[in-house]
Design a binder for this molecule. Structure first.
Ligand code: T1G
Length: 676
């Protein structure tokens, strides 16, 4: 039965099928069976039909396609409501006087799991995953999840699921009572009907009437264990408040409490930001102007040149996904050290339970160390991660050009050099692309894929696809100094240094940034990277504050002192010596020392980043503003609850930003000025 004609159009996203005394309600709303308004309407119609038909003794709710319902339709948020109220539909299902079985495959997430929770019983295939990931959207399960989960799995599991938003595999879900029965991987439809028929004599089991069990103390434990990770976030605490309410309020009161908390989050900027990032991350994978069905190059074997920190980390990305890697170094000692670091990293992960010993040996077995570039001849993709010097890179690519097989993709991990110039050192510039990993390369999710002027479309698309395959969030960048992320970073670092000359301290400036939600501020980041990177090594030549610190032997975390002093655990504290060096250098600048407000620090270090983002877009070096947001969240730890620099800039307001930039004498991007 199709759901009723809707004023705009008739949809077939929910149909029913009667099999003897069982009615199957089937949802079919590709790609993830989201609970769009016409699905809610179809569920309402389908269950009304089932409940009115006396020959129907039990009901099965199932989904077509690759997954059970993956949640509310996020694209509907913020738009005028359409179709029946979600909670009303769920309450109707829960109150059914006939047993209702949810048949789960793929993922039952968010509103999808909430729909399964109002069904009286749940059967799932072993490969299914269940969860309430709303917290990752800055939300909470707003259709009874925080009230019904504790009644099914207990307070501890419910609090953990709501606050962390992780997916549970079906076996784990069965172990905690979220799933009542496991079906055969390929026989869910039949097994669900058989299970429903068994339940006819058992009858309905409304979740709202089930007793709530467990220890509410888990809530404070979760807060204590996640305080650092949840710094600045609203949603985790709202989720826990709702679960806590379930332990002390009658069900209907608890539902009202949940509704109030849900609407607070839905109306706030954090959820808007995190929902923006949900789509931004998926949009980043799309390359405008390329045909969807473009054939990709086949990447079976990867070569990495350089076994240092970056080369080793890059290699691990492929090895962890079962892709063989030949890693090449010029000096045996460096090669052996690099291979040893890779093994050590895997062994450390195994010690934390992430890999078994066999898996570590398997991954190491895919690694072929070599001292000869010639061993890269049969690689489909070669990634160069040698010293950041154009001359060195051009020499390497010149050799690769004569060694590598036709069609091999030649990629540079350069973090800011001109990929076109590197490409022109080969006879195959169409096969050259930038693949800029972020350190530590086996951990950081961002991958900037730098599109050269001559990079072939299939090379670009293949680099993006292999990036996703190894678990990265890949973003297309154009060739310019620093591409997207580092180019914007420099517009923050320069004014930060200037503010020191005018009287601010490193700690004050860094605190503005960490209070904003960044993992570290400009000077903490400089100490981490190393103040001596790119230093001319002449202690008598002091032209900048950094020169002065390096001349005094203050290189950053690496030797325990930079802008800050560091203890053996690399915990930094303000340094009287560093402040004295800065003050001495500052006094030569003839700039009056003055008190500088935190707002001025925001205007002079964060607003220029937004401005640079507009310039990057104007120059076509990024495909879309949301790509820039993705770069900063996955490459630099920009707080996701602020949605990235461009989203945040919109929230701040173009007019406010332009006024401040002009007041500070910064040249404003035309496209930003036009928006003010
Ligand atoms: N709404 C709308 N579109 C969605 C969607 C959703 N819930 N989930 C995915 N899509 C789109 C996605 O944008 C992409 O579109 C396509 O589907 C494939 O997604 C009241 C308030 C299910 C694990 O948070 O985690 O319920 O790019 O590329 O890698 O309490 O999608 O093709 O145009 O991610 O196979 C809670 C979000 C919502 C789950 C599949 N649910 N989705 O991963 O495919 S809030 C979620 C996912 C809620 C209630 C609350 C994943 C997936 P396009 P994909 P995938």
């Amino acid at each position: 039965m199709a759901c009723a004609d809707i004023e705009e159009f008739t949809v077939q996203s929910v149909t029913t099928q009667k099999i003897d005394d069982i009615l199957v309600v089937l949802v079919d709303n590709p790609p993830v069976n989201a609970l769009s308004w016409h699905v809610r309407q179809g569920l309402k119609d389908g269950f009304e039909q089932a409940l009115a038909d006396d020959s129907v003794k039990a009901i099965v709710l199932r989904c077509a396609g690759s997954t059970f319902i993956a949640g509310a339709d996020i694209t509907e948020f913020g738009k005028p409501p359409q179709g029946p109220d979600f909670n009303a539909v769920l309450n109707m299902i829960e109150a059914a006087h006939k047993p209702v079985v949810a048949a789960i495959h793929g993922t039952a997430l968010g509103g999808g799991l909430e729909t399964a929770l109002v069904c009286h019983y749940r059967i799932a295939v072993p490969s299914a995953r269940l969860g309430v990931p709303e917290v990752k959207l800055g939300l909470l399960p707003g259709a009874g999840g925080t009230q019904r989960l504790p009644r099914v799995v207990g307070i501890e599991a419910a609090a953990t699921m709501c606050a962390l938003g992780e997916h549970l595999p079906a076996a784990k879900a069965a172990a905690i009572g979220l799933v009542d029965r496991l079906a055969g991987e390929d026989s869910l439809a039949e097994d669900a009907i058989a299970y429903a028929r068994e339940l006819i004599s058992v009858g309905p089991r409304p979740t709202r009437d089930r007793p709530l069990t467990g220890d509410v103390g888990v809530i404070e434990q979760l807060k204590a264990a996640n305080a650092k990770k949840w710094r600045g976030f609203d949603a985790p605490y709202a989720n826990l408040a709702c679960v806590e309410a379930a332990t002390r309020l009658p069900f209907d009161e608890g539902m009202k409490f949940e509704r109030t908390e849900f609407l607070k989050l839905m109306g706030g900027s954090q959820s808007a930001a995190q929902r923006h990032m949900f789509f931004a991350e998926r949009q980043a994978a799309k390359i405008d102007g390329l045909p969807k069905d473009l054939a990709l190059r086949n990447i079976q074997k990867v070569g990495v040149i350089g076994a240092g920190t970056m080369g080793g980390g890059i290699s691990m990305n492929f090895l962890s996904k079962g892709i063989p890697v030949t890693i090449v170094e010029m000096v045996k000692e460096n090669l052996d050290r690099g291979v040893g670091v890779i093994r050590k990293n895997y062994e450390n992960s195994a010690a934390k339970g992430r890999f078994t010993t066999e898996q570590v040996e398997g991954m190491m077995g895919l690694l072929t160390p070599s001292l000869a570039l010639e061993d890269l001849a049969d690689c489909d993709l070669v990634i160069e991660a040698v010293y950041e010097s154009m001359d060195v890179k051009k020499e390497v690519f010149g050799k690769l050009d004569s060694i590598c097989k036709p069609g091999a993709i030649l990629a540079s991990n350069t973090s800011y050099l001109d990929v076109d110039e590197i490409a022109d050192s080969t006879s195959r510039p169409q096969d050259v692309v930038g693949m800029h990993f972020f350190s530590p390369a086996n951990v950081m999710k961002l991958l900037e894929v730098v599109r050269g002027a001559k990079t072939a479309d299939d090379v670009l698309a293949t680099a993006m696809a292999i990036g996703k395959k190894i678990g990265k969030v890949a973003v297309v960048a154009g060739v310019c100094h620093g591409f997207i992320g580092n180019r914007m970073l420099s517009t923050r670092q320069q004014p930060a240094m200037q503010l020191l000359l005018e009287g601010a301290t490193p700690a004050q400036i860094d605190k503005v940034h960490t209070d904003f939600g960044m993992p570290m501020g400009p000077f903490q980041m400089s100490d981490l990277a190393g103040l001596d990177i790119g230093w001319h090594r002449d202690p008598s030549r002091i032209e900048t504050i950094r020169d002065a610190l390096c001349a005094a032997g203050r290189f950053g975390q690496k030797n325990g002192k930079g802008f800050y002093d560091y203890d053996e655990k690399r915990v930094g504290t303000p340094s009287a010596e560093a402040l004295a060096i800065i003050e001495e250098f500052r006094s030569t600048s003839n700039l009056p020392k003055r008190d500088i407000s935190d707002q001025e620090i925001v205007e002079r270090t964060l607003y220029p980043m937004v401005n640079e983002g507009y310039k990057i877009l104007q120059e076509g070096k990024a495909q879309r503003p949301s790509d820039i947001d993705v770069v900063w969240i996955y490459g630099y730890g920009w707080p996701i609850y602020r949605g990235g620099p461009m989203f945040w800039g919109d929230l701040e307001g173009a007019g406010k930003i332009v006024e401040a930039l002009e007041r500070h004498g910064v040249a404003v991007a035309e496209s930003l000025k036009a928006k003010a």
